[in-house]
Design a protein around this ligand. Structure first.
Ligand SMILES: *[C@@H]1O[C@H](CO)[C@@H](O)[C@H](O)[C@H]1NC(C)=O
Length: 378
């Protein structure tokens, strides 16, 4: 008896602090996403239970109250690989996954005896109608990511940290994969020490996605550019994707922050880019509107010479052209000890017409993103 009264009080306390429910609502393209909705929260206690709740066919609100450490759960593998960026200790090395070293890096020095954790290589499958949320700053997933694929729909991941996924080795795993989905909201997530992509939208159509208030932390002792900054940051390359990317703090990366290609309409608004070699890679098929962002210590806000379409909110006159399609005048980007983001293509702005569009603040307001982005800050 005593026990159940205590449990009920604890449950009430949780509700009172509002920690066991999704906070707020998605802005922009994934507006309307409900995830697990009002399903009674479940509290996995083991990694196996977490895998099961994420994958099953019930709508679920899955609450993480501790670190789920996947390292060792699938054993380790020892394999051959290569060192395309050199054998110095600061350089990432690559696993010879599917013959990648043999096929694409035939001249790279060979490396033997790479020992990596098998759980990291492939993320957990997430079914439709799921909310995965962390309680306070307790929601940590170590050594494994998630995969939102195969037409999964209506998913929220909020207030979770993904960390320590074979960071020494390319092909050791991604943190968040979205590849064939719709209505996905990634919010207040932190990613750090990841082998490959922090967030990847693969070639299939991922439709409506909002990525907001996340910290993409690329600081690592193992980098493809051998400089303490992770190269494989964000990769948005779906065949029919609309991505709202707002209030994110992206730092200590050397490229792909983000790479955009396929057929992707990207609204990058009020993000804080810091200590980055090059941020945007606007590749073929990308349509990028970047407004109200801060670039601080970013050598090149975009890689030059790529064919994508970019509108970079460069002048008060052209920024008024946004209003017809987005409902607001675009905000200027701001630069501190950084290059300038080029791009004045307004021909694709009509793609925003009639869609759910995130609001925009000034870049001065976006400077505060460093204090609000990431997990444990709701
Ligand atoms: C998700 O929820 C929607 C709306 O309730 C429902 O139509 C759909 O079948 C659900 N999907 C799954 C896989 O349960």
């Amino acid at each position: 008896m005593k026990f159940s009264i205590f449990a009920a009080a604890a449950a009430l306390a949780g509700t009172a602090f509002g920690t066991d429910a999704v906070q707020g609502a998605a802005e922009g393209f994934a507006k309307g996403v409900t995830g697990g909705g009002s399903a009674t929260p479940v509290y996995p206690s083991t990694t196996a239970q977490l895998i099961s709740y994420l994958a099953d066919s019930s709508p679920r609100v899955i609450v993480l109250t501790k670190t789920f450490d996947f390292t060792g759960t699938e054993g380790t593998a020892t394999s051959a690989g290569c060192a395309p960026w050199g054998t110095a200790s600061a350089c990432q090395k690559a696993i010879n996954k599917d013959g990648w070293c043999d096929n694409y890096q035939p001249n790279a020095p060979k490396v033997t005896g790479i020992k990596y954790d098998k759980a990291g290589v492939l993320g957990m499958t997430v079914g439709s109608n799921k909310s995965l949320i962390g309680q306070g700053s307790k929601g940590v997933i170590k050594g494994k990511g998630v995969r939102i694929v195969s037409s999964a729909k209506n998913i929220i991941i909020q207030n979770v940290r993904f960390t320590d996924i074979n960071p020494e080795y390319v092909w050791g795993g991604d943190a968040i994969t979205i590849d064939g989905a719709d209505l996905v909201w990634i919010d207040h997530v932190t990613t750090d020490l990841i082998a490959r992509q922090h967030i990847v939208l693969g070639n299939s159509a991922s439709n409506r996605v909002t990525i907001s208030n996340n910290e993409i932390n690329g600081a690592s002792s193992w980098s493809a550019t051998c400089d303490g900054r992770h190269y494989w940051g964000l990769y948005f390359t779906g065949s029919s994707d609309m991505v709202t990317f707002k209030n994110n703090y992206i730092h200590h990366t050397s490229g792909r922050s983000p790479k955009v290609a396929g057929n992707t309409l990207l609204h990058a608004v009020n993000n804080y880019f810091y200590a980055i070699a090059h941020a945007f890679e606007a590749d073929s098929g990308s349509k990028i509107l970047a407004e109200g962002n801060v670039f601080q210590n970013v050598d090149a806000p975009a890689q030059t010479g790529l064919p994508g379409q970019v509108f970079a909110s460069g002048s008060a006159t052209t920024n008024t052209q946004c209003k017809t399609y987005l409902g607001h005048n675009c905000e200027m980007n701001a630069y501190g000890s950084s290059g300038t983001l080029a791009g004045s293509d307004t021909s694709f702005l009509s793609n925003f017409k009639g869609k759910n569009i995130a609001s925009a603040s000034t870049a001065a307001v976006a400077k505060n993103v460093v204090n609000t982005a990431g997990y444990g800050r709701l």
